[in-house]
Design a protein around this ligand. Sequence first.
Ligand code: 2HI
Length: 359
Amino acid sequence: STEESELHHAQIHLYKHVYNFVSSMALKSAMELGIADVIHSHGKPMTISELSSALKLHPSKVSVLQRFLRLLTHNGFFAKTILPSKNGVEGGEEIAYALTPPSKLLIRNKSICLAPIVKGALHSSSLDMWHSSKKWFSEDKELTLYESATGESFWDFLNKTTESDTLGMFQDAMAADSKVFKLALEECKHVFEGLGSLVDVGGGTGVVTRLISETFPHLKCTVFDQPQVVANLTGNENLNFVGGDMFKSIPSADAVLLKWVLHDWNDELSVKILKNCKEAISGKGKEGKVIIIDIAIDEVGDDREMTELKLDYDLVMLTMFNGKEREKKEWEKLIYEAGFSNYKIIPICGFKSLIEVYP
Ligand code: 2HI
């Protein structure tokens, strides 16, 4: 009956969402084991026994590895290939696992490697807070879920010195993400053409600025971040690191870059940052610009998978920082509220957008 079939589908739907975390955590296991690295250095697809000895697993874990790989293969991280039987005997064929484009993103020491994102985003410090959401919903406080659960903000957690280098973990993740920008820079070169100077607000260790600086060697670049972030960093003739507070004032330049910054902050604080950006580019008159790189939610234009990722990110930003991912309309409101007159939005890097904002 239709009632029965509806129940079946509803059940599958619910269980699938209950166990979504298993796919995330199996991906984390693959990253920690370094499965992609091993297949990559082997240079060709590997059988289970080859993998298990290269990974130095306990012999009792061979079948465990095989089952992890079955799920990861189903999820598109590996591809099964059949190796011809060695001695030509029928049924002697062996299965070997090959890399796919998503697992190639886990290979370390490649120019683009997203393993640090997997590590940081699926670290217990990013996940534990979710167990406290019921308490958080009942609170009449402006705390993030992270603060409500741990008693301190994520930023304070990053900055306190502990035996595990959490600030380093976060910076590695941000730097890894920034390297993806190298390809995007080709598509959006025109955005930076003709500029004399650029300040990268929240530029961290300067990965994006270095990429821009390599492409535009005459551009005077400044990486602006909190004093403790830039303390031990040195630039070169056209790249310098400046410590400060973006809520107070931002160094002057022809253009300001805000990559993955505004989604960490609520509307009120984002407008404050944008107003300081406007002040920073005021010397250039109408020629100055602010360049925002962030997510723009577009439930109509994007497919389901893309929207799901953007909405997931929205809850990550909400729970960690009281930040948000914004729809195009919300970006527009923010931009005009900060006193800008116009903007242009283009998609880059798969799921992000580049927004050029003009005074
Ligand atoms: C490391 C990486 C991430 C994290 C925490 C870490 O939180 C991310 O990649 C995510 C999120 O899962 C993130 C992305 C952008 C951003 C802040 C966090 O501005 O330790």
